[in-house]
Design a protein around this ligand. Structure first.
Ligand code: SF4
Length: 81
């Protein structure tokens, strides 16, 4: 199978990356400009929060630990039958 020919990021379809993209592995540099290899318009990806494909930043998910009483859980399970 033939591999994709080199993408021309400077053809006007791709927008340059924004400040928040700095450090992301998906950035490709072409002729002095930096583009995202995943999105045409990186700015739009950051408008509604953080880019979900960013490799340099991760969404922090607050995990709350719910304590379960094993005895009560077993009782509840047996009642459900
Ligand atoms: S994947 Fe997201 S953070 Fe990374 S360069 Fe593209 S738009 Fe920017």
């Amino acid at each position: 199978m033939q591999k994709n020919a080199a993408v021309n990021y400077n053809d006007g379809c791709f927008k340059v990356v924004v400040e928040k993209c700095e450090g992301c592995d998906r950035i490709v540099e072409q002729e002095g400009n930096k583009f995202c290899s995943t999105y045409l318009n990186p700015e739009a990806k950051w408008k509604l929060g953080m880019c979900n494909f960013a490799t340099h930043a991760k969404i922090e998910i607050a995990v709350s630990k719910v304590r379960i009483n094993p005895l009560k859980a077993a009782k509840r399970a047996s009642k459900g039958k």
